[in-house]
Structure formats: structure tokens, C-alpha cells
Design a protein around this ligand. Sequence first.
Ligand code: NAD
Length: 469
Amino acid sequence: MDPVDAVLIGAGQRGANDFGSYALQYPDRLRFVAVAEPIPERRTRFAHQHQIPLNEQYEHWQDLLSTPQKARGALICTQDQMHVEPTLTALRRGYDVLLEKPIATTPEGCIEVIKTAAETGRQLHIGHVLRYTSHFKKLHQIVSSGMLGDLINIDHRENVSWWHMAHSFVRGSWSISSESSPMILAKCCHDFDLLLWILDRNCEHLSSIGHLVHFRPENAPPDAPQRCLDGCPVSEDCPYYAPFVYIDMLPLWRDIADTSTGLVNIAAQAQLKAPNLLKFASKAAPPLRQVSDYRGWPRSVLALEPSPDAILKALRSGPYGRCVYFCGNDVVDHQVVLMKFAGKISVSLTMHGHSHIEGRSTRIEGSRATLKAFFGLGGSWIEIDEHRSDRSIRHDTTADVKRAHGGGDVELLNAFVESLRATNNLDSLSIARQALKSYFLAFAAEEARLGNKIVNMQSYAARYLPYED
Ligand SMILES: NC(=O)c1ccc[n+]([C@@H]2O[C@H](COP(=O)([O-])OP(=O)(O)OC[C@H]3O[C@@H](n4cnc5c(N)ncnc54)[C@H](O)[C@@H]3O)[C@@H](O)[C@H]2O)c1
């Protein structure tokens, strides 16, 4: 079978590194035939990797989408505030779209995108990768089976690690709400989507609290300079010292070592305890270079070819070398959303950026059993403790660690390709409509946090749509 042809809008981390790698790894499934990307080095590199001729390399999405349709699919991977316009244009031009999350940064934008997909009859897939992981599919299946009994209470936590928080939400692209999106939307649109999918019922009302507590100028150590490399007096002690995070990369390897098993665990431990030995061993065993000469996220955000010299250069002049207390960031570093779902189920969603270990944890209390689950960088598991029998059942839901987002990226793209080939019956629009409800929860949570109030979700949705349920 021929691969599905697609165009790429935005050859950044997601577009080039994640979706681009999929096409390189599975050339029989997906082939890029054109790219739009304003940064010349990114555009040229992507075009070279995917053998895209010069006349199909465009600077802006408008240039690409103003030419006659040249492929079946369009993958839209621009930043959060640049999703709506290219998506509407691509749908109207006849493309089936895979759009990165969030659909839009306003309720009106989300609705317009979904309405346009319905009107044009095109497919609209959203990058809610967690739905496609074996971990959350298993969790969904367990809850749907009824083995937990009546659902009473859920405590779901998005524990963003302290170094991921500093990277993305203090120094990085999602640090200023008005330029990207509120953190509850950027980080937790996945979690609201999962909760609605797993519970298969509506949220009736919610409230929320959250603040930016730590990453503020008044918390900077005395005499700290604006940039870590400009003689910071606490370079030996500060966890956020940029060379510690991006050159030594100790936080990432610790995280993986703490949550993985088997060979991945051995390699991560070796990198932590004897990096030179691992480097030497990788000469004989090249797969070990993925650890000893790691070039993936977050290093890949700092430089196109993230060699140690390129990283150092980026830390001297780029945004990721700034002191975390002087970044002008305003998104929260913790937020809690309390929700009442239909059936009087109480649900709390806690998101915070100070976790020692990165990972989502879920606890579900049912009338017949308790479920505990963890989804981390190195591994994941689900455990069920049955009340009557005292039986404990454990599922290892760890995906291949090379597969980003617990295998969700590959499965999302597989679903997209199969859906375009019509070899499966995925109803992308109904999934997108479900996603809209999760966006409403995120927008309502932000309104509740800022206005210090309880939001009734039926009234909230009625502002934008005739309420459907
Ligand atoms: N599904 C997930 O789990 C997940 C994970 C990370 C990021 N994301 C989302 O993916 C999106 C992209 O994130 P990223 O980290 O790849 O960002 P990025 O900044 O690395 O990439 C965006 C790219 O779009 C390009 N661009 C800007 N203007 C353009 C234009 N006019 N035409 C074409 N391209 C243009 C930029 O130059 C950049 O290379 C974001 O919305 C983000 O929230 C989703």
C-alpha cells in the first residue's frame, strides 16, 4: 500500500522531530511532500530529511495553502496561538487535518475549527496522544468493565517535574499566558480529555485555585545575575542552574532511572554513575549512544544539532540560559480543579510544576476496589486492590521508552494514517467534539481560578452552543 501523502505546517519540535521521525521510520505509512516553516535551518533540514524539492518548501503556511491541494493530509504543528487560521484554511482546501493540541486558545476558536471540519466533511484529528497509549487504554478498559464497582472519587495528578516546569513554563514557549495559553489548558487539556473519556459522563460544576508562587524575581538568590553563566553565586546549589539541567542532563536521567526497569534502567543508572564508561561502551554497542550522546528533548529545543558546544552557546545567549527568577513568566506553578461529575462523583485534578519525578498519577476509589496508576517517563503501571478478596492485580503498562509520550505519538499517527486510508472506522469528528468538552473544562477552570467562583458547566457550555446532552 502507498504511504499517505501529507504537508507539514511548522517544522519545530512536534512537526519535525516527532511527526517527522515517524515518517522516516515508517516510510510505507506517511510521506511528507511539502513543508512550511519560517526558520530557514529548520525548513531546509526537514526538506533534506524528507527529500522535499525546493519548489515545495514554503516560508509560511499561507504560501503553502494558497497553492492547489498537493496531498491528502495536513499536519499542523505551529504554536498554540497559531492553530486556528491554518486549520480552517487547510480544511477548506480539502485537506484532512491532524492538529496539535490545543485546538485553539479560546472557546470560539475551538468551535469554529470543529464546525468547519463538519461543514467541509474533512477529518479532524487532535494531538491528544495520551488517549492512544496502552496505559490509558487499559485504564479506560478497567473502569468500563465495572470491576471497580460504583465510582465514588478520583484524584488525578499531573506532576510536572521541577525541571520540565522550568524548561517549558518558566524559560520556554508556554511561560506567558497571553502569548501562548494558560497552563491549565496547555498541560491539562490532555487530562480533562482523559477524565471525560474514562468516566464517560459530564462534569456538572467545578471550582479552581492556583498561583505562581516560586518563579518570581523576589525569590532570586541575592546577587543572582540575569543569566546562569554570568557568574551565578549559587551555581553549585541551585537545581535550576542551566548547565546542570542541559549539559549534565542529570535530572532527566534520574527521572528515567527512578521509573524504569530492565535495560533502560541499567543504561540510565550507568549514565548517572559512570558516564565515561558508558561513552566508551557505546563505541562497541551503538544503541547505547541514545543515552551517552543524548540529543532529544529538551536539548533539541535549544539547538538544531545539540552538541555540547551548541548547547553552551544557546545557554550564553538564548532563553534557556536565563535565571528562572528573571524570565517575566506569569503562568501558574500549581493549580487544583475540583469537579462534580454526574452521578455525584467527586474529582480533583492537581497540576503542579515542583515534582521530583515527572508523571501522571491516578487514584480511583470504587465501591468494590481501589485503582492506583502511574504514568512516568521511564515506565508506567496500574494496580487494583479488590475490597472483598483482598486480591491485588498489577498491570505493567510501560511502553518502549524510545516511543515518546508512552507510545502515544506513534499510535496517534497510526490512527491518522489508517483513518485516511479508511482501513479503520475512527470517527475523528466525534472524538474532536468530545475534546471540545474537555476544552470547556479547561477554560472554565481558568475562569473559576481568576474569578474565585464555582462554574456550572451546563450554563458555561450554553454560552457557546446549544447544550447537547
Ligand atoms: N500532543 C502533545 O503532547 C504535545 C506536546 C508538545 C507540544 N504540543 C503542541 O504542539 C504545538 C507545537 O509545539 P512545538 O514544541 O513543536 O513548538 P515549536 O515552536 O518547536 O514549533 C512550532 C513551529 O512553527 C513554526 N511557525 C511559526 N510561524 C509559522 C508560519 N507562519 N508558518 C509555518 N510555520 C510557522 C515555528 O517557526 C516553529 O518551528 C504546540 O501547540 C504545542 O502545544 C503538543
